[in-house]
Ligand binder design. Structure first.
Ligand SMILES: [Zn+2]
Length: 429
């Protein structure tokens, strides 16, 4: 075993206490060996002046949508998807998706994110990019039934399942998979009845968009006389390892149902605010015992993948919506971005403790906007930016050292992505 000692920093513990301690990591098992006075390691990573925290988890993302960053803004979900996003997505090639995903991975790693969930297309390319970049991911081929005949829809579901079967455990187990029907309104009931049991058989979780907008809830209620998550439950789509994105328009019955089933919710406050979708009932979820994670959603509706931004947005939106300054406090958003995300994705990470996966972010607190440190958790939630991350470690490997990504060539990735984005948009017009 080769060990790495993350030395001289302050450490954020699972109970939110902060101590000055070292963290010892075994890069063979990829686990944290000890926290405290750990002796020397084979290698040292300097954390002087820094806070060592669990790596952030972006639990709902469409990574390659970085190519559409700033392409179409200031529209509600439905017209944004139909008029702008779907026509361009129809032109996407494998190479576009590879280029956009690599751009996303650079951004994720540099801002301290060590794991993410991705629902998109050409997922083999995404899995390869994740393998190369060194972080952890839960990946699924997104299935959209709109505008497809039965054969095409079936082929789409089959592709999602075959990707899930083939790539689960890929890249030394850093890549896990999932079955990802886009949402309860964009995929047919018959197909869900057919394929959800197959996903169960394959042993992969489900991830889908649910209750994102009021427009998505109303037709289900009108047609079926039940709430969308009751409909999902009837289809067997609320499993213990499943996690759904958004959950903005969930009523008390649905909140209780999620708690009972053990299904997690990924809160995406920036995307919800930008598309004016509403504010998720985060305090109600947490009170009921629902696992809540944080996600940026795609860069086209955010427009960045910085989870520090997302933490602040979650806290601000939560307070604003509840008209209560104590709603969604600092500890809650830090927990959502770390332990909550790891739990939702099914990774044994998100907490700094011996035996957990060594997925860590080392945040430089020696900055004007982080001085003084009365409360490190407050600084993380309200004042830190992704660019304050000095080192990122995943699975015991140093992926970002002193702000520099070691597994991808940042300049080349950025140039390639800009080129692909330009050509893609030109083809769609
Ligand atoms: Zn989404």
């Amino acid at each position: 075993m080769t060990t790495l000692r993350i030395a001289g920093g302050r450490v954020l513990h699972p109970d939110f206490s902060v101590t000055t301690d070292d963290v010892l990591v075994d890069d063979t098992s990829g686990e944290i060996v000890a926290v405290g006075d750990v002796g020397s390691g084979d290698e040292t990573l300097d954390a002087e002046g820094c806070l060592v925290m669990p790596g952030l988890v972006n639990a709902h993302c469409h990574a390659a949508m970085t190519l559409l960053r700033g392409y179409a803004d200031d529209k509600p979900l439905e017209s944004w998807l139909r008029e702008d996003v779907w026509p361009v997505e129809a032109e996407l090639t494998d190479a576009d998706i590879r280029a956009g995903t690599e751009l996303a991975l650079v951004e994720l790693l540099k801002s301290g994110t060590t794991a993410f969930a991705d629902m998109y297309f050409s997922m083999g390319e995404v899995a390869e990019a994740v393998a190369e970049a060194g972080l952890r991911a839960r990946l699924g081929h997104g299935v959209v039934g709109v505008g497809k005949d039965e054969d095409a829809a079936r082929a789409d579901h089959e592709e999602s399942l075959s990707f899930a079967r083939e790539y689960d455990g890929y890249a030394d187990g850093r890549v896990r998979t999932m079955y990802t029907p886009h949402s309860l309104t964009t995929v047919d009931e018959d197909r869900l009845r057919e394929y959800v049991p197959e996903a169960r058989e394959a042993g992969v979780p489900l991830h889908y968009h649910a209750n994102e907008t009021a427009d998505e809830v109303e037709p289900i209620v009108a047609e079926r006389d039940e709430r969308p998550l009751e409909y999902a439950d009837g289809l067997g789509m609320l499993g213990e390892s499943d996690f759904l994105a958004h959950g903005v328009h969930s009523d008390a019955t649905e909140v209780d149902l999620l708690a009972e089933r053990g299904t997690a919710v990924v809160h995406c406050p920036a995307s919800n605010m930008k598309l004016a979708s509403g504010a998720a009932p985060v305090p109600a979820y947490r009170e009921a015992g629902v696992t809540v994670a944080l996600g940026t959603d795609g860069a086209a509706s955010n427009n960045d993948l910085d989870l520090f931004d997302e933490m602040r947005d979650a806290a601000m939106l939560g307070k604003h919506a509840a008209n209560d300054a104590s709603a969604v406090p600092a500890e809650a958003v830090v927990e959502m971005a770390t332990a909550g995300g790891a739990d939702a994705l099914g990774f044994d990470a998100g907490r700094i403790a011996a035996g957990r996966k060594a997925d860590l972010a080392v945040v430089d607190f020696e900055a004007a906007h982080l001085t003084p440190t009365h409360d490190a958790v407050s600084n993380l939630a309200y004042a830190t930016r992704g660019s304050d991350v000095r080192h990122t470690v995943c699975d015991g490997e140093v992926l970002v050292r002193d702000g520099e990504v070691r597994t991808l060539d940042e300049d080349a990735v950025r140039e390639r992505a800009a080129e692909h984005a330009r050509d893609l948009v030109a083809r769609a017009e």
